[in-house]
Design a protein around this ligand. Structure first.
Ligand SMILES: NC(=O)c1ccc[n+]([C@@H]2O[C@H](COP(=O)([O-])OP(=O)(O)OC[C@H]3O[C@@H](n4cnc5c(N)ncnc54)[C@H](OP(=O)(O)O)[C@@H]3O)[C@@H](O)[C@H]2O)c1
Length: 397
């Protein structure tokens, strides 16, 4: 990793041109519209490099993969109206961070930019710390000593959690919760979709106990996967989870996973068929893409739902829509970047999640912690699928 300090943006004396930088506008519109070009004045009389406060940050300098990651000294963020400054203690690494170093990520500007989408730290007011420990979600800029964040995507860290646990919360738990929500399995109603049992025509007769919902969770030992198992356990769901490793599956079973499927040894479609006596699952949480979208659809029972939220294989999801007819099945997209701008969804989701946290039913699974200086190793672990649970970067404190 290149540790060479570079001048802070805007701190180069003698330039008189106007620089343009891309900026994310969280307005709830489609991401392409969220990028606007913002002029940054570099006139020497307006910019006093000596006075710019500097911070350490993990930068993505070009879209060339992990080699483009470098720690640099850069200017501290300037707060926009409504924003809060947070001194960052730890950052949660996501698969989206790996993707950003390669081909970029929708809604994220082209390099150079500061990496990182989620963090935990302490709120600052002026030069003082307010003392409130927070965890937050943004689109980039989290892997730095300081980050500017909007309060609607900042949540108070539970007292009994470490900074590393808090940094592992926002993306994994909101994504996993929203997957159950879109599958019709939470008490929070889903717009335009009947609750699952009603859709399946399986409304229980008074006093009759229903069989639990069934869910297939891919990458069950990963960040989102382990969060989905903890939430599924609370919801009383029968879970079928895939992983490449027996060791990882054994660890997830301790969280409540009932059926582990090692896809290196068994075809998961066949395994689901056998384990459910040919009935299939009510929902599949699908983040692999390629042929796995159609394969996961074949794992569904009537009126089942594929919740598509990624394509870790790098291949676009393949699906013949006609295959949906046979089971009246549906496929539902889930993208936290987009949904996070919808307060009417995120607030009730947080209300439910925080209730479970207070009851000590949710604890983020932190698999590995790396100091910021070893960020490339952390990214590599995730890129190669060798992580268990969340990979966290220790940033300061
Ligand atoms: N749509 C959204 O809002 C949203 C939000 C969060 C995450 N995601 C997506 O959810 C997926 C999981 O994200 P995460 O951050 O929680 O990562 P993760 O699950 O912690 O790590 C990825 C895991 O996926 C499995 N995997 C299977 N095929 C893989 C492949 N070709 N390359 C790499 N890993 C592979 C590996 O576990 P095994 O070897 O055990 O299979 C690996 O450990 C990613 O696709 C991500 O883009 C989407």
């Amino acid at each position: 990793m290149n540790l060479r300090p570079v001048p802070a943006p805007g701190g180069v004396a003698g330039r008189t041109s106007v620089n343009l930088r891309q900026e994310y506008i969280p307005d709830g519109k489609w991401p392409a519209k969220k990028l606007r070009l913002v002029p940054v004045s570099l006139r020497p009389e307006l910019v006093r490099p000596a006075r710019l406060a500097c911070m350490k940050a993990l930068m993505i300098t070009s879209p060339s993969g992990l080699d483009a990651l470098t720690i640099q000294d850069t200017a501290e963020p300037t707060l926009k109206p409504g924003q809060t400054l947070v001194r960052v203690a730890a950052g949660g690494l996501n698969f989206a961070d790996v993707m950003t170093t390669h081909d970029g990520y929708p809604g994220t500007p082209a390099p150079p930019l500061i990496a990182g989408r989620e963090f935990a730290g302490t709120e600052q007011s002026g030069k003082e710390s307010s003392g409130r420990r927070v965890m937050g979600y943004i689109q980039w800029g989290a892997f730095a000593e300081k980050v500017a964040a909007y309060p609607n995507l900042l949540w108070t860290v539970p007292d009994h959690w470490t900074d590393e646990q808090a940094a592992a919360f926002p993306v994994n738990y909101f994504t996993a919760y929203l997957a159950y929500w879109q599958a019709g399995m939470t008490s929070q109603p889903m717009w335009g979709q009947p609750p699952l049992r009603q859709a399946q025509g399986r409304l229980s007769a008074v006093g009759r106990r229903e069989a639990p919902h069934r869910v297939l969770i891919h990458a069950v030992a990963g960040g989102v996967g382990t969060a989905a198992v903890q939430i599924g356990h609370i919801l009383g769901v029968e879970m079928f989870g895939t992983s490449s490793s027996e060791e990882k599956l054994a660890r997830v079973k301790e969280l409540g996973l009932q059926h582990g499927i090692n896809y290196k040894q068994h075809d998961y479609e066949e395994a689901v068929k056998d384990l459910t006596h040919g009935e299939g699952v009510d929902a599949a949480f699908e983040m692999l893409g390629g042929e796995h979208t159609a394969k996961s659809l074949r794992c569904l029972r009537d009126f089942g739902r594929v919740i598509q939220y990624g394509s870790a294989t790098g291949k676009p999801p393949q699906l013949d829509v006609r295959a949906l007819y046979a089971k009246s099945a549906s496929i539902q997209g889930l993208w936290l970047t987009y949904i996070s701008q919808k307060r009417e969804i995120i607030e009730p989701a947080w209300n439910q999640l925080s209730e479970w946290i207070a009851q000590r039913k949710l604890t983020p699974v932190v698999g590995q912690v790396f100091p910021l200086e070893r960020a490339v190793e952390a990214y590599k672990l995730l890129q190669e699928g060798k992580n268990y649970g969340k990979v966290v970067l220790k940033i300061s404190g």
